[in-house]
Design a binder for this molecule. Structure first.
Ligand code: BJW
Length: 224
């Protein structure tokens, strides 16, 4: 049984990491054009690096919750059958024990050289003066996918979605593409599609089955 699990910010909400579009979400406090676009980074790189340094500090202090842990148990019980495609840049799935995790929007713990594309482990506090270990340029940026950039591993994700029998979306508002289109692709390919979310999302109608409530409750209940 091939199972693809798409996760979004809602799965990490109960670990204390903010979502983006909820009423107290990050995009109510920050202008996404300024902190999550290449143009914003070009205008004010220090603002963007500070934003991600604060997010990284929150992530370091956070712990996986019952939803992350349930997904790790699912994978352990079904070796080779489960892949998590996460939009999240935190590492809570990995810290819960999940091994098959694709981070389509990048990772807070990774730095990217804007000059040569080299990646390396990000320090807890990134600085614009950091030199790339490969080419030496001082063009370090957070290794995250901003609006207008192409998400990572899209070919592998498309293959896994086309081949899956069960597709589950957890804690995502379904407002950001191409992630938001994956459920419809899975359904077209014949998968049974399940939404686990606090409340109905933009794409709820795509799913065969919907369960609403906090991830720490609905995810373990679905897994067990
Ligand atoms: C709970 C809960 C609890 C709360 N329990 N649940 C017009 C139409 C269509 C597309 C476009 C368009 N104009 C532009 C586009 C493209 C654009 C896009 O989609 N824009 C939309 C805003 C319209 N997309 C892009 O630019 C992407 N690239 C692209 O399209 O390239 C072209 C291409 C692609 C593929 C092939 C070829 C070409 C890139 C998108 C990059 C997104 N980046 C961000 C920030 C970077 C990472 C970071 O800083 O963390 O990624 S934006 C932000 O949104 C972040 C997230 O990963 C992403 C998704 O958010 P998510 O996870 O869904 O969070 P929320 O807050 O929206 O929702 C939380 C949900 O949880 C809610 O439903 C709550 O109810 C729920 N919840 N508590 C369970 N306790």
């Amino acid at each position: 049984m091939s199972i693809v699990i798409l996760t979004g910010a809602g799965i990490s909400a109960e670990s204390g990491l903010g979502t983006f579009r909820d009423k107290d979400g990050l995009w109510t406090r920050y202008d996404l054009e300024e902190v999550a676009t290449p143009e914003g980074f070009a205008r004010n790189p220090q603002l963007v690096v500070d934003f991600y340094n604060a997010r990284r500090a929150n992530c370091l202090a956070a712990r996986p919750n019952a939803a992350h842990e349930a997904l790790a148990r699912l994978e352990a019980a079904r070796p080779g059958e489960v892949v998590i495609v996460t939009q999240n840049v935190d590492d809570l799935h990995q810290r819960a024990g999940s091994q098959s995790v694709i981070q389509m929007h990048g990772a807070l713990r990774s730095a990217l050289c804007a000059a040569c594309g080299h990646r390396w482990p990000a320090p807890d506090v990134m600085s614009l003066a950091t030199a790339c270990p490969s080419c030496g340029a001082a063009r370090a940026r957070p290794d995250v996918v901003w609006f207008g950039e192409i998400p990572y591993h899209m070919d592998e994700i498309a293959d896994r979605v086309a081949a899956c029998e069960i597709f589950v979306a957890i804690g995502t508002s379904g407002q950001v593409y191409p992630a938001a289109g994956l459920a419809a692709e899975a359904r077209r390919a014949g998968a049974h599609c399940v939404e686990l979310n606090l409340e109905a999302s933009e794409i709820s109608r795509v799913f065969h089955e919907r369960r609403f409530g906090p991830a720490s409750q609905v995810v373990p209940a679905w897994v067990e």
